[in-house]
Write a protein that binds this ligand. Structure first.
Ligand SMILES: [Zn+2]
Ligand SMILES: [Zn+2]
Length: 578
């Protein structure tokens, strides 16, 4: 049994437990285990054989026994019992936006609903609002959710979809008789949310490719299967299209299906000006194909350098390409550290050693440990006394750590008036001060803006974290005048953060470019609360690249020595009158 199948069973168990209203602790244990399994570099089967399950983070004796049962017998008695109580079709209803475990449970208990058609019928007949706790508004939301689900229209955060998509591509490359394969569409451009996943391939045997693709364990339903296009829906509702093209048109098709539409319109105009024709089959002069096999060839034949997918939004990239002014985008290799990681000192899960080890594994040289400040009690905010303990712990750690250095930072709360949560003399002791809004989101724009500007004026602040407070698909940005924030950040030599957390990606790409154009330095922070989430640094990187950033615009590209000098210098500089 493949790792993905095991993690899928664990996720289904978590969903069922959630519907049953079981303890958070148990539910999370299954979710965490599923995630840990997804992150494994090797096969569970080998680990079972070699008795190495307990070294997986989050896997204790009980879960290890369940994994062993699944892997060796292909079944899990516990899961079967649960399924006899709660049908899987009900669990799948939770994929519909607007249906959480509470509502799913209610639907099942009151109406024994377990299918989407039945649900829609009852919602349209206004029968749902008769249930306790379901209002007219809830019912309308459910109907809209059904529509979104049916149309596959719900946009999902990049960070939730990209790992799945990359796994699919890896699998297809290996097992699906494809000579070439690539992601395409908005996910290849790393847009912050994506609607569906487009994959492009060249197949030696389309029938066997279709067979391999549609029989993946992730696939819930085959929507269509032909010689040039195979569409499936995954268990969590996401639609994935695999298009098959000929080898000599792969580059042109990749360009075409990667988009954006606006970028492609500009490319076609350029082709026409040269007397050519560009479409998904190639670049042609009359009937002669000038290019098509690779994207590089297509761009070159148009007189352009290769334009990285992240830039293809018609935001000036064609002009820049024509004049040789494309940015040399910051890369993964450029990143030397992570500027925003939580530890056990506040609400993080892992200690300094674990964080440093993960950093090393990710190829990083330093990490800014930023725990919450005192007033954020629900997130384990640190008293001044604890903060000073942490400072000592980090100094000691650095003395004995030859390769990864830690910076003692804090994610300091900005109160509603723009005051910081620690006094200046405490902030002055820290290596890194990241200021952030976590409370009182409902201020009007002028108050919110001046609140944040006030924090930026504090000489000890280095970075403004998640500057607009948005949560993808959950919470709109708070009302803040971003251009003013950018201007003030430039004036006081402060950095703005690209928070890489899968839920946030804040600043977004457009604001990121505006900040760069105003001379503001950007910092990328994973905002990890567990070491596995430090991967989100690279999601933040995708925003940086979409925001046209080069290495010199990104604080994370500095060596430890450069960074500490920069941080010290900027707080001293800010002391001077402007
Ligand atoms: Zn925060
Ligand atoms: Zn944070």
């Amino acid at each position: 049994m493949r790792n993905e199948e095991v993690s899928r069973v664990f996720r289904a168990i978590a969903d069922i437990l959630e519907i049953k209203g079981e303890s958070r602790f148990r539910i999370n244990a299954y979710r965490r285990a599923a995630q840990a399994i997804d992150n494994l570099p090797d096969h569970l089967e080998d680990r079972v054989r070699e008795n190495r399950l307990l070294t997986i983070p989050g896997i204790g004796k009980d879960l290890a026994a369940k994994i062993t049962e699944l892997v060796t017998t292909g079944k899990l008695a516990y899961f079967q019992t649960l399924q006899s109580e709660i049908p899987m079709s009900l669990v799948q209803l939770m994929d519909i936006p607007g249906i959480g475990p509470r509502i799913a449970q209610l639907l099942y208990e009151e109406y024994q609903i377990s299918g989407i058609d039945e649900l829609e019928r009852l919602a349209r007949a206004q029968q749902l609002r008769r249930l306790p706790g379901i209002k007219k508004k809830t019912e309308e939301n459910i109907l809209r959710g059904i529509e979104l689900f049916r149309g596959g229209l719900a946009r999902r955060p990049l960070g939730r979809v990209l790992p799945v998509a990359l796994r699919l591509v890896d699998y297809l490359r290996e097992y699906a008789f494809l000579d070439r394969v690539s992601l395409a569409g908005s996910i290849r451009r790393n847009r912050d949310t994506v609607k569906d996943v487009d994959i492009l391939g060249v197949s030696a045997d389309p029938d066997r490719t279709a067979e391999a693709f549609t029989s993946l364990p992730e696939v819930a339903e085959t929507l269509g299967s032909g010689q040039t296009r195979i569409s499936v829906r995954l268990h969590f509702g996401l639609q994935v299209d695999l298009r098959l093209v000929k080898n000599d048109t792969f580059g042109a098709a990749l360009c075409y299906f990667t988009g954006s539409k606006e970028h492609n319109v500009r490319l076609r105009e350029l082709a026409i000006k040269k007397g050519f024709k560009l479409n998904e089959y190639g670049l042609f002069r009359q009937d002669e194909r000038l290019a098509g096999g690779s994207e590089h060839d297509v761009y070159q034949a148009l007189g352009l350098p290769f334009i990285p997918p992240e830039l293809r939004e018609n935001r000036g990239e064609i002009e820049a390409a024509l004049t040789g002014d494309l940015p040399r985008l910051v890369t993964r290799e450029d990143l030397k550290g992570d500027l925003h990681v939580h530890s056990v000192f506040s609400d993080g899960h892992d200690d300094l050693e674990q964080i440093a080890r993960q950093a090393k594994e990710l190829g990083l040289e330093w990490v800014g440990i930023c725990d919450h400040s005192a007033s954020l009690r629900i997130a384990g905010g640190l008293s001044v006394e604890r903060l000073l303990q942490k400072l000592r712990a980090i100094r000691e750690f650095n003395d004995r750590s030859p390769d990864v250095k830690l910076l003692c930072g804090a994610e300091v709360d900005i109160d509603r008036h723009g005051n910081l949560d620690y006094p200046d003399e405490v902030l002055a002791k820290l290596d890194l001060v990241v200021a952030a809004v976590h409370t009182v989101f409902k201020l009007d724009q002028s108050h919110m803006t001046s609140r944040i500007v006030r924090a930026l004026q504090n000489p000890y602040v280095h970075i403004l974290a998640h500057p607009t407070g948005r949560l993808l698909g959950e919470r709109e940005p708070y009302l803040v005048d971003v251009p003013v924030i950018i201007k003030e950040a430039a004036r006081h030599a402060k950095c703005l953060e690209i928070n890489g957390s899968a839920r946030r990606l804040d600043l977004n790409d457009v604001n990121c470019k505006a900040a760069k154009d105003s001379g503001v330095m950007l910092s990328i922070g994973s905002d990890a609360h567990r070491v596995e989430q430090m991967q989100d640094l690279f999601l933040g990187l995708s925003v940086a690249r979409r925001g046209w950033l080069e290495a010199r615009n990104v604080l994370n590209t500095m060596s430890y020595g450069e960074l500490t000098r920069y941080l010290k210098g900027s707080s001293m500089q800010a002391d001077q009158p402007h």
